[in-house]
Write a protein that binds this ligand. Sequence first.
Ligand SMILES: Cc1ncc(COP(=O)(O)O)c(C=O)c1O
Length: 456
Amino acid sequence: MKKVFLSEDEMPRQWYNILADIKLNPPLGPNGKPIGPEDLAPVFPMNLIEQEVSTDRWIDIPEAVLDVYRIWRPSPLVRAVSMEKALKTPARIYFKNESVSPPGSHKPNTAVPQVYYNKVFGIKKMTTETGAGQWGSALSFACSQFGMECKVFMVRVSFDQKPYRKAMMEAWGGQCVASPSMETKAGRDALERDPETPGSLGIAISEAVEAAVSDTTGQTRYSLGSVLNHVMLHQTVIGLEARKQMEKIGEYPDVIIGCAGGGSNFAGLAFPFVVDKINGKQIDIYPVEPAACPTLTRAPFVYDHGDTARYTPLLAMHSLGHAFVPPPFHAGGLRYHGMAPTVSQLAVEGIITPRSVQQIEAYDAGIAFARTEGIIPAPETTHALACVVEEALKAREEGKEKVILFCWSGHGLLDFGAYEKYFTGKLQNFELSDDEICNSSKMFKDFPKPAILKSH
Ligand SMILES: Cc1ncc(COP(=O)(O)O)c(C=O)c1O
């Protein structure tokens, strides 16, 4: 058996909301007091804000969203048999192939509902940032499905590394500019600070938020591709499908792995299983991040802004500091200074165990996979793969028949600039010094401190 499919009728009809099962520190406003839903209203439509704060365990997926999901969902669960053989491991390795969506990643799982809820609320135009270009493509695709306009601020370094992402967004009618741009105050300020800046997700988020709230018609809203609770919620369709697929073949994961930028593909796969772990099941759950942007593994758990210009509320999360500009390594979607509050909270409670890998090790694993399983991973996905390889080799050493489940978050078919560097030996590893991490912590030293909550 190579692949496990679900029929369209077996697709989940509800998302799983982890806020029913864990406690979170509330987001804070500029005065240090918890914000209310109305504070977010200039940025997001109220129906999504309600989802953001909901503690209902199950939330219905609207029929119009299911209709678009059916273009590529349910996604296949695939057993990496050739890779298992190559690694001579007794482990059984399964992956959820999220690269089968039109833009090539898990990102449309949330882009589609976000655009749908904005449309229902009467919004006409969406703005957003993109790192790797996968999220901007996903939002452009979703906007085209619902007849909405889309404007994307793409982090400069990725914009230069992969020009075809812009063309892809344009194919769906979206507009894409490099960030920092001269179109917003946040962009102009960033360029004044450093005209040569490679950009960062933090700066691009500031630009997209500013572009949304400064539209005087009130018909533009901002959309975030990761980090927020409602994004994690929408992505749980991945893990809910995976659960059903594994049940069909009588399997259950001992190890769950996902790469983590803002946390959404990891959360999407892991959260529907995290609840079992909370209830006593033994599962090792690993979010994997780049050593060059080690948010969960090395940065403190603090209150910090989600963007560089400090437009967003303070979120309780692991953060390298809102103005941190990561080195220009080749996994644009993992170059974010913060981490989803839900994922951060699970790390604080020790329910999940963060890991980090260097990019060359990640590409080694990505190429090993391409040469066995055939498909070429996105640079972000290679980080999960490096951890999969490590776990499979550990299972071999221990002689254990472990079941490893991971998220194949996207394909790398528009990422060959990075692969070319890898093949010509020009790819380098980056390691942040303790001093760099410590200096960057100064950005939030005057902010309130989050409480260390225990959910269980
Ligand atoms: C293919 C792919 N995987 C992973 C990520 C990381 O994002 P997240 O942690 O929100 O899943 C991205 C972000 O752009 C991506 O494009």
